[in-house]
Design a protein around this ligand. Structure first.
Ligand SMILES: [Zn+2]
Length: 290
């Protein structure tokens, strides 16, 4: 992926290297690495439940610089802020064309644990978007884990896909889809609600594809092999693959993100067409046809 030299976003805050008194995560964080380490796009409700452990409560004023960032951390910051800027440029333009205004999200880089508008979260939950404070939270060591879990390097474009998926959740928040699914959460039994979660997640994958479509038109950042690497990532984080790897069998009624095949297909569809009218379809198609 070609990104170096691109504009960097001002909406990125790097909290690594900050001392964060009061944030304590115990063994549960380690456990969650196994369960959630390969899933991104965690549900904020889930976050509140798993992260409501002891020790929270330090305000932003409790931060103090503890150490210098390593060269690797500086590179991951530059990468994240450049990808964030690519998403700002693409979505500002797409919203403008639709007669709307794009309000960009914030992004926070953190290590170990972070306080968010959706509760305190350990790194183990993976990258996520909190709709309450309209912020994407990312511990870049997730990418190292992702690549290790996938058995080798997948390249920066698949990392950009992960970020673009989270930004997709912000776009859904602006367009009202997040609220719609929140209502389903309150009114439906869990198994029925899961189907709406799958729709929302596949739509975020589709939005990541749409972003790549227009980003490529404008910035030509995709290099040979990039799309294949993103496909491998999308396959690796399908619910069927994760369940099969972690416990040996699958139960489709518990899927919350979609299968490997679905995630890949909707990402590629967005990448190919860039068609925003399809967003509605993802909420209207019979579940079996997704
Ligand atoms: Zn997600």
């Amino acid at each position: 992926m070609r990104w170096e030299g691109g504009r960097r976003s001002e909406n990125l805050e790097d909290r690594r290297g900050m001392r964060r008194p009061g944030v304590a995560i115990g063994g549960i964080g380690v456990l969650l690495v196994l369960v959630l380490g390969l899933v991104f796009g965690v549900d904020p409700q889930q976050l509140l439940q798993i992260a409501a452990g002891p020790g929270g409560g330090a305000g932003a004023g409790g931060q103090a610089v503890e150490r210098e960032l390593t060269p690797e951390e500086i590179r991951s910051r530059d990468f994240a802020s450049t990808i964030l800027a690519f998403t700002e440029d693409v979505w500002t333009e797409q919203f403008r064309r639709a007669g709307e205004r794009y309000v960009p999200p914030k992004m926070v880089l953190f290590a170990e644990a972070v306080e968010t508008g959706c509760g305190t979260a350990p790194s183990a939950v993976g990258p996520f978007y909190c709709p309450v404070d309209r912020t994407v939270y990312l511990d870049p060591t997730f990418f190292v884990e992702l690549e290790r879990g996938l058995g080798g390097s997948r390249g920066e474009f698949s990392q950009a896909y992960v970020i673009a998926h989270e930004i997709g959740h912000h776009v859904q928040n602006l367009l009202g889809y997040t609220r719609l699914v929140d209502e389903k959460r309150r009114t439906l039994p869990p198994e029925e609600f899961n189907r709406w979660s799958v729709r929302l997640e596949l739509q975020a994958d589709y939005l990541a594809g749409v972003w790549a479509h227009y980003g490529q038109e404008r910035f030509a950042f995709i290099e040979p092999g990039d799309v294949e690497s993103a496909i491998k990532s999308a396959r690796a984080i399908g619910d069927d693959r994760i369940q099969k790897n972690s416990r040996g069998f699958t139960s489709p009624e518990s899927y919350t993100h979609g299968t490997s095949e679905q995630r890949t297909r909707w990402f590629l569809e967005g990448l190919k067409t860039g068609e925003l009218s399809t967003l509605k379809q993802l909420f209207e198609l019979p579940y079996e046809e997704l």
